[in-house]
Design a protein around this ligand. Structure first.
Ligand code: C5P
Length: 248
């Protein structure tokens, strides 16, 4: 599909005021986050079996819509950090309400689509309390053709840089991005990098498009690596988690 701009979108200037990257001498190892995109019983089994491991559990639509507090309370009770992946995308007042409710649930991380806009992001930051807000840039299942299909006539890299710049200038601490764009983003901004779309060598990409191997994600500066199907589809998921932890 050709690129047909529909609005008055201008080329990004990256003119938002954001903190320049810090030069770290010692880079902490990335955290592993397991995406619990599975049924309730299996999720409970995994949470119990992985007690005391340095892991964050991510709850998305599948479990949150059906089980809500049953699953979020369990994760907190077992001593894990809770990542609520609800990818909020709405008007400022609704975003504010969503973030406040996530704070009541004890979420440690919460995703918000940067395309919700400046005002919505600022409202989110105001009420975030202890939650680390993560701005979603371009989903790892999308490619440049999708961006062009929206009528946005810039490269996906410029699109991502502009979203990142907007989110960070509003006070959002973290960005969800592909490991592919991570070196570019890290060269320009100081932020907490959450990387989904990660696979071990030879594993299927499934519906993900901008995928990286775990070594590349680490090398490129991921602060948190999100893995779902790689673990959930493994013959022995617990062993798989141990193998992954050994790589970090
Ligand atoms: O199974 P897989 O490892 O591909 O799962 C990736 C997880 O990360 C899913 O739960 C998905 O919703 C989430 N995610 C993503 N891309 C984003 C943000 C979150 O894949 N940009």
């Amino acid at each position: 599909m050709g690129c047909k701009p529909t609005g008055d979108f201008k080329s990004p200037t990256f003119g938002h005021s954001v903190t320049p990257p810090k030069k770290y001498n010692i880079k902490p190892m990335p955290k592993l986050c397991i995406a619990l995109d599975t049924d309730y019983d299996r999720a409970v089994e995994l949470i119990k079996a992985l007690k005391n491991k340095p892991i964050i559990f991510k709850v998305g639509y599948k479990l949150f819509i059906s089980y809500h507090r049953r699953i979020t309370d369990l994760i907190k009770r077992e001593g894990f950090e809770l990542f609520l992946d609800l990818k909020l995308n709405d008007i400022p007042n609704t975003i504010k309400d969503g973030v406040m409710s996530a704070a009541e649930l004890g979420a440690d991380y919460l995703t918000v689509h940067i395309t919700s806009g400046k005002e919505a992001l600022e409202e989110a930051v105001k009420v975030a309390k202890g939650i680390k807000l993560l701005g979603v840039t371009l989903l790892t299942s999308l490619e440049e053709d999708h961006v062009k299909g929206w009528g946005v006539c810039i490269s996906k890299e410029d699109y991502i840089l502009n979203l990142a710049s907007l989110a960070l200038s509003c006070g959002i601490e973290g960005l969800v991005c592909s490991g592919k764009e991570l070196p570019l983003l890290k060269s320009k901004f100081n932020f907490f990098a959450v990387v989904p779309g990660v696979r071990l060598y030879g594993e299927p990409q499934d519906d993900q498009k901008r995928v990286v191997g775990i070594e590349e994600a680490i090398k490129n500066g991921a602060d948190m690596i999100v893995m779902g199907r790689s673990i959930l589809k493994a013959e022995d998921p617990i062993r798989k988690v141990e193998e992954i932890l050994a790589l970090l």
